[in-house]
Design a protein. Structure first.
Length: 279
């Protein structure tokens, strides 16, 4: 099975391109933990807005900080927000979706209506409301994005689990005396893991995009911590004087989101048994 998965993955161009871009993002974040070309918190006003050179590969920002170093550390912060926010949404959303599929009736209806209600408050709007109460910061951004992910995972989990609950082997498990909890853990959850993994990669990309948008508005990662969105915000007033300051973080966001979306699309095709048989 592993060999078959590897063969299908190596033949899928979207998975290969997306995996390469995602690996590049992870390597950039990992590299920033041990090394950056220049210290990211050192301000050098005499060297501000320097053009790309051998010393500063991508130039410097309005405070004289090395842009390449800011991008590396910004990747780490984006991954941090994405992992925690998607983790919150996947854990709570999957649990609610499994409960809805197993219990049916008013429990399922209540969970789905709560999901509909949560959808009425996008991540950015939720972050704005939380900022008004608790103040701006990366923690509030993570919570807002995580809450927004909960109904998405709840809906996907419930739909996938309902399809499994109608299968014949579930009836056989019931006939053997297994209860809803045991059936969910032993039969339903393992059969929908591939769907959750694919959805997780897609939501990861959306979380990075949402974090960049919130930081652009000043509601996400706060100074002096680097953020791709805040780099865009700082560069907008210098668009004609130093246009590359907006290009580099913009390209980083595009490549990160594109890579995760392509990998998610490839995973969906590779992990789907029906699509696998067609290939």
């Amino acid at each position: 099975m592993t060999a078959s998965f590897s063969q299908r993955a190596l033949r899928h161009p979207s998975f290969l391109v997306g995996g390469a871009l995602t690996m590049l993002l992870l390597l950039a974040a990992a590299l920033s933990l041990v090394w950056t070309p220049w210290p990211v918190f050192d301000v050098n006003m005499p060297g501000k807005l320097a053009s790309p050179s051998a010393a500063h590969w991508l130039g410097t920002d309005p405070f004289g900080r090395d842009v390449a170093s800011l991008l590396l550390v910004g990747a780490r912060n984006s991954i941090l927000v994405g992992v925690i926010a998607v983790g919150i949404g996947m854990t709570i959303g999957t649990l609610l979706g499994l409960i809805a599929a197993a219990c049916k009736g008013w429990v399922e209806e209540l969970i789905m209506r709560l999901s509909d209600f949560t959808f009425a408050f996008p991540a950015i709007l939720s972050a704005i409301m939380m900022t008004a109460v608790f103040g701006a910061g990366i923690v509030n951004s993570i919570i807002a994005i995580g809450i927004f992910n909960i109904p998405t995972f709840a809906r996907v989990t419930r739909a996938s689990a309902n399809a499994i609950w109608s299968r014949e082997f579930i009836l056989a498990a019931r006939a053997c005396g297994k209860g809803p909890v045991r059936i969910t853990l032993e039969h339903v959850l393992p059969n929908i893991l591939s769907v959750l993994v694919v959805q997780g990669t897609i939501q990861f990309a959306l979380a990075i995009l949402a974090e960049a948008a919130l930081s652009y508005l000043g509601l996400g990662t706060q100074p002096p911590q680097p953020s791709w969105g805040r780099m865009l915000s700082e560069a907008q007033s210098l668009l004609f004087q130093a246009p590359l300051l907006a290009v580099f973080p913009g390209v980083a966001i595009v490549l990160a989101v594109l890579g995760l979306n392509l990998m998610g699309d490839g995973l969906r095709d590779v992990l789907d048994p029906r699509l696998a048989r067609k290939r």
